[in-house]
Design a protein around this ligand. Structure first.
Ligand code: WT7
Length: 652
């Protein structure tokens, strides 16, 4: 088709097929769909057999206690053995597991043998510190190899980890440590970001003040910055880990043994501790990494740019790739340090073949200009992935053409912290892809789109995305709150998992994700609840009331816009919005800092007192207002719009 003919097609009509060459060598072939459809349990059974089990399971799936599933019932395995030991045992000890690139240009090359030694030492150190199977360990780290080593060491001894993103505040860290009652925190003095050192130990000190349940803090030396030291509690990683033996006899754990807890925002102010277990999770992480990213462990160099603080970092930096014996790149810093070509320099330096990143990053690079990627040799790339939010067709095309030289399949992968692994995505050697569509459920996964009444909508229509069958990596609950688990995911539609996303089928049966339908924002691919930001705002002494909405943002997908009513006696001055933005960053973390704060006199509410966010979104996105007739006081919107023009706003 000519370029011009392509231009005239709508995005829904454009299809890019994998080359014959790619299709012929792909790990995932078309027959996978039929096999999974005809014998779902048999299909997942086969995927689980790719792992190394100490005890074979007696049943693939037990769904009798729905909505809590058990997978590979009675099976026993050790996750770290699957990610490390078995590759060494197979003769691949000298294969590079991790090419580490620090922001300042320091590097480490870590082979699978090195990784086995380090994970064993770390496991021995945790044991010396009294950590036993079942004990929770919080990990609050920069993107350095010790973050991955810590996760694997926890898994090795059966201690569920709770990784808290290093960008979260002391307050956020505190509530997560408390909720999981972690007895150990693994951290670093700090990390490097945007050319300077930021502190982590200092936030841990603040978080666990007066929290005697935390017995020890294990500290990796990264930045060498000054830290406060409590010698009854704090231990340098170098002191305790390096003197341990490099041999550690791993124990096999039940397939349903908790592997980790990862907190994510819900529609209330309190984050949910999403619980994942062992056998099913690793089966799906490994299977999806093999077929969606088409990993060839002998030749590929894989790079997922996510931080281990998010689920993408769990499933596609730590567990999936290492279970598959991949060679991967881990980069500590930001894409523009010391220059805007840093990522592309890294791709060229290591010969990256598979790149997995987020639309927000792609749009940022588009904005910076083609000259940065074009200055580097990207010809090793053969597959590109996207995750975290809907990718707009323009960004998809740019990714394909400028980064992928028009010859790399793109996999737009839809999934969630809760799903544990990829659910909806093309298979790169099979699926004809449309720019902006995640296409369809992968083999072994079933999804539907329902209307308000719970009836499946047909092709050409939209509604609520649900998952109709249990899947191996599904969450097993919310830590400490099974009622909330049932209420959040299983009460909207009978016996179906409600994901919280809107979606539509196009006329050809491809799925287009339409964003969240609940009060959850998606900022740079990260989930933040409106309520959480509102709570942070009203915790400031000058704030009487706050309403927060996610407004369209060219780069970050959504930006946080807050409408704030000040307490009587608090003056609206030039510094107020600035101070409130800083306050939110301190309470939650920099990612939650509102893009804009509008000081208003009133908020639009229904007669029953519910804030009408829809109208606030109209204001935030400069649209004509929608229907205002259900407002208790319809004149309020005039007040807000007037106030808008005189209000102080900020932009970073
Ligand atoms: C929410 C899950 C999955 C890892 C990163 C985010 C949105 C995720 C896509 C995609 C459209 C997407 C959804 C989902 N989302 N991937 N490919 N297309 N939307 O994990 O923080 O648990 O957020 O991210 O809204 O519900 P998360």
């Amino acid at each position: 088709m000519s370029g011009e003919a392509l231009e005239n097609l709508s995005h829904e009509d454009r299809v890019f097929f994998p080359s014959e060459k790619f299709a012929a060598q792909a790990n995932g072939k078309a027959d996978l769909y039929d096999r999974a459809k005809n014998d779902r349990d048999g299909f997942w059974n086969e995927q689980a057999e790719n792992l190394q089990w100490d005890t074979k399971w007696s049943q693939v799936l037990d769904w009798s206690d729905a909505p809590v599933s058990k997978w590979f019932v009675g099976g026993k395995l050790n996750v770290s053995v699957n990610c490390v030991d078995r590759h060494v045992a197979a003769g691949n000890g000298s294969r590079v597991a991790i090419h580490f690139e620090g922001e300042r240009g320091d590097t480490q090359t870590i082979t699978y043998q090195n990784l086995l030694d380090s994970v064993s030492q770390a496991a021995n150190a945790l044991t010396e510190l009294g950590i036993k199977a079942g004990d929770r360990v919080a990990i609050y780290m920069p993107m350095i190899p010790e973050a991955v080593i810590s996760m694997l060491a926890c898994a090795r001894i059966g201690a569920p980890h709770s990784v808290v993103f290093g960008g979260f505040s002391a307050e956020s860290l505190r509530s997560r440590i408390e909720d999981a009652s972690a007895s150990l925190v693994i951290t670093a003095d700090g990390g490097f970001r945007k050319g300077s050192a930021f502190g982590l130990k200092v936030a841990v000190d603040e978080a666990i003040e007066d929290m005697p349940s935390v017995k020890n803090v294990l500290v990796v030396k990264r930045t060498e910055q000054e830290v406060n030291w409590n010698s009854d509690r704090d231990i340098w990683w170098d002191e305790i880990v390096s003197r341990q033996s490099t041999s550690h006899a791993p124990q096999a754990f039940d397939s349903e043994h908790p592997l980790f807890i990862l907190y994510t925002s819900g529609t209330t102010g309190k984050p949910k501790g999403i619980l994942h277990t062992t056998g099913g999770y690793l089966t799906q992480a490994s299977y999806t990494h093999r077929v969606v990213f088409d990993l060839k462990p002998e030749t590929d160099v894989y790079w997922c740019t996510a931080d281990v603080g998010w689920i993408t970092g769990h499933s596609y930096v730590t567990y999936g790739p290492l279970a598959n014996g991949a060679t991967q790149v881990i980069y500590e810093g930001t894409p523009d340090t010391p220059h805007k070509g840093r990522w592309w320099e890294i791709v060229a330096k290591y010969g990256v073949t598979i790149l997995y990143t987020a639309p927000t990053a792609i749009r940022t690079f588009m904005k910076w200009g083609d000259e940065f990627p074009q200055a580097h040799d990207l010809s090793t790339l053969r597959l590109l992935g996207s995750v975290g939010e809907p990718i707009n067709p323009e960004a998809w095309m740019w990714y394909r053409e400028v980064i992928g030289a028009s010859n790399c399949p793109i996999v737009d992968t839809w999934w969630q912290t809760e799903t544990g692994g990829i659910m909806i995505s093309p298979l790169p050697g099979v699926t004809g892809t449309k720019p902006g569509s995640a296409m369809g459920p992968i083999p072994g996964i079933s999804a539907e789109i329902l209307d308000d009444a719970g009836v499946a909508v047909g092709h050409g229509s939209g509604g609520y995305l649900v998952l109709t069958q249990p899947w191996p990596a599904m969450l097993r609950g919310i830590w400490g709150d099974m009622e909330r688990y049932k209420e959040t995911y299983w009460s909207r539609f009978k016996s179906q998992y409600f994901a919280g996303d809107g979606a539509k089928w196009d006329n050809d049966g491809a799925i287009w994700l339409l964003g969240r339908v609940d009060d959850v924002m998606n900022v740079s691919g990260h989930r933040i609840s409106t309520t959480e930001v509102e709570s942070a705002l009203v915790s400031h002494p000058t704030v009487a009331e706050a309403a927060v909405v996610g407004a369209n943002d060219e780069t970050t997908g959504q930006g946080i816009v807050a409408f704030v009513i000040l307490r009587a006696g608090s003056e609206d001055g030039p510094g107020v919005a600035q101070e409130l933005r800083a306050h939110v960053a301190k309470e939650i973390g920099a990612i939650a800092r509102p893009r804009q704060i509008l000081i208003v006199a009133e908020l639009p509410k229904t007669r029953s007192g519910k804030i009408m966010r829809r109208l606030l979104r109209d204001v935030a996105e400069n649209r004509t207002l929608g229907d205002v007739t259900t407002l208790a006081d319809p004149t309020i919107m005039n007040l807000i719009s007037d106030g808008l023009n005189s209000s102080s706003t900020d932009d970073d």
